[in-house]
Design a protein around this ligand. Structure first.
Ligand code: URA
Length: 267
């Protein structure tokens, strides 16, 4: 294990628990190599693959949205146009209290899309998602699975403006912002979406459920595979959940490998 990755896992409070696994579930380093014996976690969740999500409610939502000229306009935009439109958006009350809009950041052709709930104070000041302490943890989670912000990774939020006091976004705010995220995803075409936390998960899935009940499954957002894990802000205060988030990330790596190999396989 490299010193850098050691440091990252240590900081996450996950050493010596976190190990990147291959598709057969084998740890990439042995206990002897990592200097810790007998610490390989059981990962029953990895076996629980399930593709869920019918598209009938989504079809109804799409039909309703297409009647709205504002939405129809957004659906024709490219990424720079959406960014511009977000920057001047007055469609929900969040514009009154925001400092900066937070459009999203990263590789516009990324295979990995991470979706959070909405900007906090740091993001509102900087105009970039997941900065500050929470962003550092997300960056470390990415590094633990050999990913880096901006390199085959895109990061966005359900709402682009900060809800005051970091409250959950209201349904109207989500509804007004949804076409932006929808169009962003349509253009980026990620192979896999990682929903960070309950707000992201339930708003993408359009059904209420706990993160605990959604973990360990391959769900879908408009036909794109999606995995749910805990929000980094929640993980900052909860060591047991960090271990579960690591299992989720390993599951995501496994799922991505499956998706990539399926695409490469001859028909
Ligand atoms: N929390 C989120 O959900 N998104 C951010 O961008 C920052 C914190």
């Amino acid at each position: 294990m490299s010193a850098r990755r050691d440091e990252i896992l240590q900081e996450l409070g996950l050493m010596p628990l976190w190990r990147l696994r291959d598709t057969a579930g084998n740890a990439s380093e042995t206990a002897a190599e990592s200097g810790a014996a007998g610490d390989t976690p059981a990962q029953p969740e990895l076996a629980k693959r399930e593709v869920t999500g019918g598209d009938a409610p989504q079809v109804r939502i799409d039909a309703a949205m297409s009647l709205d000229p504002r939405v129809a306009d957004i659906m024709r935009m490219d990424l720079p146009q959406i960014k511009e439109s977000v920057a001047s958006c007055l469609s929900c009350p969040l514009h009154k209290t925001r400092n900066k809009t937070v459009f999203g950041v990263g590789d516009e052709h990324a295979e990995w899309l991470f979706v959070g709930e909405g900007p906090g104070a740091d993001e509102d000041a900087k105009g970039e998602p997941f900065v500050g302490q929470v962003g550092k943890l997300l960056d470390n989670m990415l590094a633990a699975i050999k990913l880096k912000r901006g390199e085959n990774v895109y990061i966005a939020n359900v709402v682009k403006c900060r809800p005051p006091g970091n409250r959950d976004p209201e349904p109207l705010e989500v509804a007004q912002c949804e076409p932006y995220l929808h169009r962003q995803i349509e253009l980026i075409k990620p192979k896999l979406i990682i929903a960070l936390g309950k707000v992201a998960a339930v708003n993408l899935l359009k059904r209420d459920a706990s993160v605990a009940s959604l973990r360990g499954k391959v769900l879908e957002y408009r036909g794109i595979p999606m995995i749910v894990t805990y929000h980094p802000a929640y993980l900052l205060g909860s060591l047991p959940e960090k271990a579960k988030a690591w299992i989720d990330l390993c599951f995501a790596v496994d799922t991505m490998r499956d998706l990539q190999s399926r695409q490469q396989a001859p028909i």
